[in-house]
Design a protein around this ligand. Structure first.
Ligand code: SAH
Length: 288
């Protein structure tokens, strides 16, 4: 199959694995910008017989699939009911048992709020061999495109990734909001738009300051990316007023302010740099 990966630099392609029939590759496609796919993901796309993709996988990367590959959609779109997770897992198992090379392509990273763990466990149970190809997650790569580093030594030594949505579609009761509020200077939220008012209220009730900087990044890394700069207290209202919906990733914490200096995507389209102190006048650490 090496000729099928000719789109990849030959020296690189020779170091990448051959996709064996009957295998499933659980693959992250990254947050949207096709350039953020990994070489392993591209290598998988160039060899797969079937590509089973999720919502949030950008169409342009599907065009990189091998000619003749079957491209199947399995995800939630436009409010239509989503296929049951069990049905998706069964489909992967069935295709692999029929001797197909199955690329399961998911947005971002397959093991972060992507149900990749559930699919992998089903494959193990069914005795289907698989490989996991991590991807750039929206909560790191997407925020980077908004000029927000999820850590900075002067701001945070810990970061929390949380989902605003449990398996019943509710604000997750399993999250200890007080512990997050007290222990995590930077909080990155996925799937949080629907319950934003409730989530921000929980964080403020637990002591987080309403004036704390926050950003909402919608369609991160894509040409239509939009970024809302606000505060924890203003998040829900400002996002609603701006009409920002999913998919959006949210960052609460002082790193959000750094966008003012680090908005490199804005600079590409000619936005003037803002000369604000990203650390808000606080001292810079001198430690090496
Ligand atoms: N596994 C994915 C997350 C899937 S959950 C990952 O690692 O990124 C879906 C949520 O991810 C969305 O509701 C949104 O919060 C976030 N997301 C995914 N792609 C995004 C994008 N391009 N821009 C903003 N948020 C995104």
């Amino acid at each position: 199959m090496i000729e099928d990966v000719s789109a990849i630099e030959p020296a690189v392609a020779s170091a990448l694995p051959t996709f064996e029939p009957g295998w499933v590759w659980l693959t992250g496609a990254g947050p949207g910008d096709p350039g953020l796919m990994t070489l392993h993901a591209l290598n998988g796309l160039r060899q797969a017989d079937v590509v089973v993709y999720d919502a949030l996988v950008d169409d342009s990367v599907l065009g990189w699939a091998r000619a003749g590959a079957i491209i199947e959609y399995a995800g939630k779109r436009g409010g239509k009911p989503s296929p049951k997770q069990r049905d998706i897992s069964l489909k992967l198992i069935e295709l692999a048992r029929a001797g197909r090379r199955v690329l399961r392509l998911k947005g971002g990273d397959p093991f972060l709020f992507g149900r990749g763990g559930e699919e992998a466990l089903s494959l193990v149970e069914a005795g289907v061999p698989f490989r996991v190809i991590p991807g750039v997650t929206a909560g790191i790569g997407g925020l980077a495109y908004a000029g927000v580093p999820v850590t900075h030594r002067d701001v945070n030594q810990a970061v929390t990734f949380l989902t605003g949505h449990d398996r019943h579609g509710l604000t997750p009761a399993a999250v200890n909001w007080r512990a997050v509020a007290e222990g995590s200077p930077v909080i990155v939220m996925y799937m949080a738009m629907k319950h934003l008012g409730e989530i921000t209220a929980k964080l403020m009730d637990a002591g987080r300051d309403a004036t704390e900087p926050a950003v909402v990044v919608r369609d991160a890394t894509l040409p239509q990316m939009s970024v809302l700069e606000t505060t924890l207290g203003g998040l829900a209202e400002d996002a609603a007023a701006a009409g920002i919906g999913a998919p959006a990733v949210i960052c609460v914490g002082r790193v959000a302010l750094m966008r003012q200096a680090l908005d490199w995507v804005g600079a590409l389209s000619g936005a003037a740099p803002r000369a604000l102190d990203p650390l808000g006048g606080r001292e810079r650490s001198e430690a090496g």
